[in-house]
Structure formats: C-alpha cells, structure tokens
Design a protein around this ligand. Sequence first.
Ligand SMILES: [Fe+2]
Length: 310
Amino acid sequence: MLGADVSPAQYASLLQRAAQGDARWLQFDADALRSHYNRRPFLLQHRLQEHPLFDIAPLFDLAQRLPAQQVKFRRGDVAPDADFDATFKPPQDALTLPHLLAHFEPLHGYICINNPEKDAQYRPQIEALLAEIAAHIHPLDPHITWYSTYVFISAQGAVTPYHMDREMNFLLQIRGEKTADLWSQDDPVILRPWQKDRLLAYEGARPPYKPEFEARARHFALRPGLGVHHPFIAPHRVWTHSDLSISLAFTFRTRQSDRLTAAHQFNARLRRLGLQNPKPVGESAWVDAAKAQALHALQRLRHPLHAAQH
Ligand SMILES: [Fe+2]
C-alpha cells in the first residue's frame, strides 16, 4: 500500500515536534494559505534544493536500493493527453531501470520514486516536512490521517499527463524548471459531480482531458525553491523544460478530506441504486458528514469483525 496512516497520537507528536523544531524547510504566505488552502492552488517557498539527499546521485542510489515496486519509470516523452495510468504499463520496449539511469537524458527518462520515507536515510527529513505541514494547516484543516510522498526525476521535455489524485498535495520543485497546469476541482465543466463520485469510489477510469479545458487552466512556473499547492482532487498536468527536473510531491489526507471521500463514495452507491442526482458533495457540510457516517455504518454492517478491530 502506498503511503502510511497517521494515528492521532502520531499527529499530536508531529505538532509537538514542529513547535520545538528549529530547521524550517517550508515558507508559506500566511494570507495565501488561509484564503486558498484546499480551495485554489497557490505558491509556497521551500529550501529542499539545499538538502544533499535531494541531489541527483543520492536519488539514483535510492531508486536502485528500494524494492522494485516502489520505483516506476518510463520514457518521459509521452503525449500530454495520454491516459495517465496507462503510461506506466508494460511493455516499455524492455526498458530496465539500470539502462534508463545510465542513459537518462537521451532516453528522456522519467522516474517516480514512491515513498522515500520508507528508506531509513530519507525518513527523518520527510517526517520533518510532515511535521511542518501539519503545524501550518492545523488551524484550517486539523488532523492529517495519511500521507505519501513521491520524488519525480525527469529529463528534458517530460510530461505527466492530465489527471487528478484523491488527496491534497504540495508539489515542491527542487531542481530544474517545471510548469504545473491546474484546473479547478469546483468547475463543473471540468469535473461533473458524478465524475467526482466515481473517481473517489474507484469506479472506472479517471475523468479524461478535453481540449475545451485548455482555456480554463492556470499555469504555475516552478523553479528550485518554489512549490504549488494542489487542492483535493484538483486536476493537473505537469511539463518539464530543457533541463533535468527533480521534485517532491507531498500528498496527504485529513479528517475533512476523508469525510468528503466517504460522502462521494456514498453518492456513488446511491447512483448505482438508480438515484441519478444525489446532492453534490461540497454543498452542505452537514449532509456530507451524514453521508460519511451512513457509509461507515454500512461498512460496519458488512464487515462487523473488521469494524470491531478498529
Ligand atoms: Fe498527480
């Protein structure tokens, strides 16, 4: 499983650690954080480019010592409207990781290292970032319940096609330049309510890109030391430019996003039962909370032993 749950006790110790910590790696604009967090993308600053673990050589070493299932790789020169999940599927003309690392730039290499925090060398730094993020968002969105990080290394001209994830993200650019295009998760032209419900219920493929979305994109030019916040399920597409790019995606869920996820999953069930227009998630916090509770009650009925153990 990708990522790790964060228990209430772990969360409390993260907040404590942040209060005591002296090394600050992230810098938020307090007004932007307050007004934009989980509503609209916004830029933040960081200084991970100063950290030796995020140089290319230690990251290539990390890619080679982690279990193979934690390292996804491919050629980076894919079409910007390609199916996101299909880009990692074999066959990849028998491309191997050692071969790709040895010829990274000519092959337009693209590597995604899943969960560097599972590596003993990287864990302390990633946990320090988690503590800082928890402390900053706590007044707005308390209790991180899960997190997962990814390091993206890409040669020039690599594309991560249009897609959306089921969590929030701070994408931190460490080396080279990258353009992150983001679309509003609240724009019904981009994401219809039924598409969000099915996305969160893992039903079918992710909602696809359409050319008419292009004019609605917001473009964020990232360089080392800059990051961009992705609100919950905000669609995005990422481009690298003429140089090697390294970035860290810090993705996480909170009690609030867990409630929204459960409400979407409840709506997906209603749709499967034939109710075509359940109240869209996000219109009423009270209704969303009730749907989340109803879903959990249904899950306890179906799996009483599992529920009793938790
Ligand atoms: Fe993504």
